[in-house]
Design a protein. Sequence first.
Length: 147
Amino acid sequence: MHLEGNVSIAAPRPKVWSFLTDPEAVAQCTPGLESMTIVEPGRKFRAVASVGLGSVKARFTLDVEWLDLQAPERALAKAHGTAPGSTADVSGELIMREASAAATELQWSADVTIMGTIASLASRMMGSVTEKLAGQFFDCVRKKVEA
């Protein structure tokens, strides 16, 4: 499944960059996040998150790694997660453009592949739920960075 979007943030690009590349800051906005541990500072972290797809609930352990960081304009990450009977693979990209000295245009995209029990039980709902969670995440990011 491919997701993408654009977010306008009333903050300078370096501030947006700092927030989005800091796992502890991002953790404040991640729906369903239970815990987050830095594995390798600035490069790898592990997260545990619960996701509900209708009556199907899953608790994923995700290993996340920054593959490419080009401050303050582009970040590329990948994640691999497991839940009982299921796996998830995600690749994501953030592109930040300066709209003005005090505003940033954020373009984001993610490719998500979920296999196993969750995919077979909740495949029809995955797209809409994932889009809703992404919307909640980026709304929170915008509010926190602009504050």
